[in-house]
Design a protein around this ligand. Structure first.
Ligand code: NAI
Ligand code: MG
Length: 333
């Protein structure tokens, strides 16, 4: 029996969560799902965007599933709080094309690994007294950089990939990204069979559009990873298909790359595939590799057939209909 904390959140978060839980419940695995709150609705109800009980529940669980939240200005981000509290330093974001989905690149299969606990998202910001200057700290530590880079090389080896690419801006951010780049090549020495290279983030933004098939694993700092992974999602059919895992030494937190999509929320037309793929990554983390693969195969089959599709994929189906199509496909495997 796996204890799983589920945080639906705001907007389309609860819709896509329902889709993922429908798929998980159809598997021959016992789950105890514990619902917890975070986000804008939670703030209105409890006075906090993330109550202590939610963090406690996540810490007591085998893994956590997170839908999406709507950001509230002047409040700290609950997902960043959760990532930091659980010390899930590795944000693994697969970039994969699917047959049947029209996109810029039909044959992509690579990963972006984003450092998740520091960098420009350290949330250390202040204004000068006259409010004419605002400053944000970009914290890069040797310890976190070593951990994320080592994590990436280990993932590359486990997944039988050839190369790890480090992305930074060390020509301008000489101290912070200078350190990140230096640590990259130091850690790389432990993995002589993996090829290495590094690029400046601005050039990388272009290479991702020009020749994304050249990459296996990309490792980078927090903000660059956030931006490049949305760009990469755009190469393979959009945010509705982009999952992610936040992985640390102890905890795992799995969520789609997308946000609460207020433009389509409440109509039950959001695409649940990113959330279902994220729950597949959770099964990998729980070492339920067989079922994780079954989920991925079922999704590939559903997308290939093009019979059931939400509007973002060019169809007219509802969120739950697409999730049910995955369940039906799983039964056939
Ligand atoms: P978003 O990811 O919510 O939406 C961007 C675009 O993609 C929208 O056109 C939306 O309709 C579409 N989209 C996203 N997910 C989809 C899905 N599953 N199916 C179909 N279409 C989908 O980003 P946006 O609009 O910039 O932010 C909305 C809110 O979400 C903001 O409050 C933002 O701060 C928050 N946000 C939260 C995140 C999280 O909870 N981890 C991550 C990113 C944004
Ligand atoms: Mg983002």
């Amino acid at each position: 029996m796996y204890k799983i904390t589920t945080i639906g959140g705001d907007g389309i978060g609860p819709e896509v969560m329902e889709g993922a839980l429908t798929v998980l419940e159809s598997l021959d695995i016992n789950f105890d799902f514990i619902e917890a709150e975070a986000g804008k609705k939670c703030l209105e109800k409890n006075g906090k965007t993330i109550p202590e009980e939610t963090i406690k529940s996540a810490k007591k669980s085998d893994a956590t599933l997170f839908g999406a939240i709507t950001t509230v200005s002047n409040e700290k981000s609950p997902i960043i709080a959760l990532r930091k509290n659980l010390d899930v330093y590795g944000n693994l974001r697969p970039v994969k094309s699917f047959e049947g989905i029209s996109c810029l690149y039909p044959n992509l299969d690579f990963y972006i690994v984003r450092e998740n606990t520091e960098g420009l998202y350290s949330e250390i910001e202040y204004c000068s007294e006259d409010e004419r200057t605002a400053v944000s700290h970009r914290v890069i530590t040797k310890k976190s950089s070593e951990k994320i880079i080592d994590f990436t090389f280990k993932q590359a080896i486990e997944n039988k990939r050839e190369k790890v690419t480090c992305v930074h801006k060390a020509n301008v951010l000489k101290k912070t990204d200078g350190l990140f780049k230096e640590i990259f090549y130091k850690v790389a020495k432990k993995y002589p069979n993996i090829k290495t290279e590094d690029y400046y983030v601005d050039a990388m933004a272009m290479y991702l559009v020009q020749r994304p098939e050249d990459f296996d694993y990309i490792v980078t700092t927090n903000l660059f990873g956030d931006i490049l992974s949305d760009e990469a999602a755009g190469l393979v059919g959009g945010l509705g298909l982009a999952p992610s895992g936040n992985i640390g030494d102890k905890y795992g937190l799995f969520e789609p790359v997308h946000g609460s999509a207020p433009d389509i929320a409440g109509r039950n037309i959001s695409n649940p595939i990113a959330m279902i793929l994220s729950s597949g990554m959770m099964l990998d983390f729980l070492n339920e590799k067989y079922y994780a693969n079954q989920i991925r195969i079922a999704i590939e089959n559903v997308l290939k057939k093009r019979k059931i599709a939400t509007p973002d994929l060019g169809g007219t189906n509802k969120t739950i209909e697409l999730a049910n199509a995955v369940v039906d496909e799983l039964k056939k495997l």
